[in-house]
Write a protein that binds this ligand. Structure first.
Ligand code: ATP
Ligand code: MG
Length: 414
């Protein structure tokens, strides 16, 4: 039989890698809960329409990257490529409109058919947050400061740049779009074929292109800031002022647009220089039209999502397992008692390794290999007296302790 392999672009996570992704999600959850966010879990697949309608017909995700299939009932379903559409769908289908502001976070797998490379997978994990029903710039400030605090708590702030831009309201966006189209038309021969096609349908996305030809052609392109109307400008200024107040370093990047159709006003990305072209670790923005598009009324929204694997690749230090206590029987005649002591200690909350085979010497070796801090050694003579030997495996110190006092003695490190 030929060897069965995992699908290209998917990975098995275990050991240190798994501990790192878990730490990323745990840290993020802790930070966002301090801001009042609650966890939501939405299905991993939705009706295709949920994504197709809301991410925009011309986005890369919808045109190229979705895992879409027909189920046995003939419904077209799609494995979620991102989290926002599902959360907004849940907000609408559960009638949460009257509960705004609503603050949700989620963590879980996303699926995109992309060319696999370092930091770019076909199944990857996102942690994301969505705040629904707050129109004021304070929401934008909190969302960005929250993202920054999270990366700071992971120890990554030294290598992270916060890039920010404003796409303005609809009026500003339409004005910019018109200016950009006429600029791009003058430079159409310098653009990549893909961007030539995007030009009419979705010119903003040309700004997002990683193709060198496009980047060169864009050098003299009109700047977004010149198309913002007064109210959009003052919204953006308020956001920047808030970040200044909190001491959060940022860089205004006038070329920053996000890949999806629903963004307006503030868009932002947190990037690192360490992952090459996959340097964006967290990205988000305001999406004031999306809820209405889903049939949920005029509710503004803002959110961000981060790539959990990308972030975990930046964590330099291995995350060690917690050190266990080894329970070791000296011979077969104390086997039952060892089993029982291990069970009791575990019930009391201790982290215990009890080995399934080997003589005493082998078991001590296994205890050291498991990086145990202490060993509970159970010999038949001691057992008669109701005691066991507790040994500190680092110092080698040991003492006899009453079985009834074992838990206390373990706690009093010696
Ligand atoms: P990129 O420009 O790298 O394709 P994107 O704009 O498609 O990113 P978003 O949809 O904003 O990414 O997703 C948010 C974050 O999720 C990204 O910043 C990244 O960290 C992570 N991410 C996106 N796609 C992948 C992928 N295929 N594999 C691993 N992580 C990913
Ligand atoms: Mg992408």
């Amino acid at each position: 039989m030929s060897k069965i392999q995992n699908v290209r672009g998917t990975y098995d996570l275990y050991g240190d890698n798994k501990r790192k992704t878990k730490k990323v999600i745990q840290t993020a959850s802790n930070v966002v809960e301090r801001y009042g966010f609650e966890e939501i879990e939405t299905p991993i697949f939705e009706f295709t329409e949920v994504f197709a309608r809301n991410l925009g017909d011309t986005s890369d995700i919808v045109t190229k990257e979705m895992y879409t299939f027909e189920d046995k009932g003939g419904e077209s379903l799609t494995l979620r490529p991102e989290g926002t559409a599902g959360v907004v769908r849940a907000f609408v289908s559960n009638g949460l409109l009257s509960s705004v502001p609503v603050k949700f976070y989620y963590a879980g797998p996303m699926f995109r058919y992309e060319r696999p490379q370092k930091g770019r997978q076909r199944q990857f994990t996102q942690f994301g947050v969505e705040m629904l029903g707050v129109e004021t710039p304070e929401a934008d400030i909190d969302m960005i400061s929250m993202a920054y605090s999270f990366l700071k708590e992971l120890g990554l702030d030294g290598d992270i740049t916060v890039e920010i831009n404003s796409l303005g309201d609809k009026e500003s966006r339409d004005a910019y779009r018109a200016k950009l189209i006429s600029y791009l038309k003058e430079h159409i021969n310098e653009l990549s074929t893909e961007s030539q096609e995007r030009l009419e349908k979705n010119p903003l996305r040309v700004l997002d292109s990683k193709d060198e030809r496009d980047q060169k052609a864009l050098i003299g392109a009109p700047l977004y800031q010149d198309s913002l109307n007064e109210s959009s400008k003052s919204f953006f200024q308020a956001v920047l002022k808030g970040l200044d107040l909190l001491g959060i370093p940022y860089k205004v990047n006038n070329r920053l647009v996000r890949g999806l159709d629903y963004y307006c006003h503030t868009v932002f990305e947190l990037t690192t220089s360490q992952l090459g072209a996959q340097g964006t670790v967290l990205a988000g923005g305001r999406y004031d039209g999306l809820v209405e598009e889903m049939g949920g009324g005029k509710v503004s929204g803002i959110g961000w999502a981060c790539g959990v694997e990308r972030l975990s690749m930046l964590l330099k230090e291995d995350i060690k397992r917690k050190r266990p206590i080894a329970v070791i029987e000296v011979g077969d005649d104390t086997k039952d008692e060892a089993l029982k002591i291990a069970y009791d200690l575990r019930n009391e909350g201790c982290y215990v390794e009890h080995f399934y085979s080997g003589n005493f010497k082998k078991r001590i070796m296994k205890a050291n290999k498991a990086n145990a801090c202490q060993a509970v050694i159970i010999g038949s003579e001691e057992l008669q007296k109701g005691v066991v030997t507790l040994k500190n495996l680092d110092s080698g110190n040991q003492k006899e302790v009453l079985i009834s006092k074992l838990k206390e003695e373990i706690k009093n490190e010696f």
